[in-house]
Design a protein around this ligand. Structure first.
Ligand SMILES: [Zn+2]
Length: 332
């Protein structure tokens, strides 16, 4: 390598280090991408050497993304000049990635439903979606990509009932539409300042990101997994069984009827009640869990809480109930 080439590599490395530090200073975790590329520069799980950062088990790019200036300096001061990946989930961001058709690919044309409406790129698809929803589209932090696309950077929804949004791609699943991807948990974007042979990603609107509009939050809500099959409660003829069936049905109804804002609390109370019956020997723990999951399923589907939150609530309710065992026939 000539001196000039070495100097330009050193300059580019120093430039990318400055960019990575600036992005991290906003609280947005970064990790290295291949030089001039868009793929992570870190090894894949099937090539893990189980040393260094992976000594206690493989860490993927989302776990290794960091805002720590020392770690960033160490990573970017070696190598040929890493591009910068921004881990959207840990950054608390949702990036709407608006793409344009590949001009060299004659088959990269809008599907009929978008062509009919005159959309020729992701930006126009998103504008149509906003118009259909009757919603204005807010200006926010924006990065232009070398292909002529845009990254609209938004704040992810927060709060106890906020859904954890994940990536979407085009029209697949709960995706928004043709040439519109979203990056959230489990995703990353090539950050502004990164360079590819096609050009540089650059900030074209430097304002702070605004919250993701609510109509988009609703559209991007992950579809919850179907609830596990419920084992039918044994319906016997004895008074014990009738009592148990009624108690269980009552708790299930309590969860189903809970108004918004009380759904998690109702699930907890029902879990405590069934936990008491489990502790008293009237009901198996797995049956209690199945009942509670089935009762919570409609609220999960409505996005009142995540499956993980529901499981946590059920477990903590059952634990609390177990401290006060109740036998059937005892006063509640
Ligand atoms: Zn590893």
């Amino acid at each position: 390598m000539s001196n000039t080439a070495m100097n330009s590599t050193a300059n580019e490395r120093a430039r990318l280090l400055r960019v990575a530090l600036t992005i991290a200073a906003r609280g947005w975790p970064v990790f290295p991408l291949r030089p001039g590329g868009k793929r992570p520069a870190l090894h894949r799980v099937d090539r893990c050497p189980s040393t260094g950062a992976c000594a206690a088990g493989h860490l993927g790019w989302e776990q290794r993304a960091t805002t720590d200036p020392d770690r960033i300096r160490r990573a970017w001061s070696i190598g040929p000049g890493w591009n910068i990946g921004l881990a959207t989930g840990p950054a608390g961001l949702v990036v709407v990635d608006l793409d344009v058709p590949d001009p060299t690919d004659p088959n990269d044309v809008p599907p009929p439903r978008w062509a009919q409406l005159g959309a020729t790129c992701g930006t126009e698809v998103l504008a149509l979606l906003a118009a259909q929803a009757g919603q204005p589209f807010p200006d926010t932090h924006t990065v232009e990509t070398p292909s002529g696309g845009w990254h609209l950077v938004f704040l992810a929804p927060t709060g106890p009932d906020a859904p954890a949004l994940r990536n979407t791609a085009g029209e697949r699943g709960n995706g928004l539409g043709w040439k519109v991807d979203t990056r959230a948990h489990g995703g990353y974007v090539v950050a502004a300042g990164s360079a590819t042979p096609a050009g540089t990603y650059r900030v074209v609107d430097a304002r702070d990101p605004v919250p993701l509009p609510d109509w988009l939050v609703q559209r991007l809500r992950p579809t919850p997994p179907p609830p596990p099959p419920v084992a039918p409660m044994p319906v016997g003829g004895s008074r014990h069984d009738r009592y148990l069936a009624a108690a269980t049905r009552g708790e299930r109804q309590r969860v189903l009827d809970a108004p918004p804002g009380q759904r998690n609390h109702s699930l907890y109370l029902a879990s405590v009640a069934l936990g008491q019956l489990v502790a008293g020997g009237a009901l198996g723990e797995q049956d209690a869990r199945a009942e509670l999951r089935a009762a919570a399923a409609p609220h999960l589907a409505a996005g009142a809480y995540s499956a993980l939150q529901a499981e946590k609530t059920i477990s903590s309710g059952l634990r609390a109930g177990a401290r006060r065992p109740r036998r059937l026939g005892d006063a509640a």
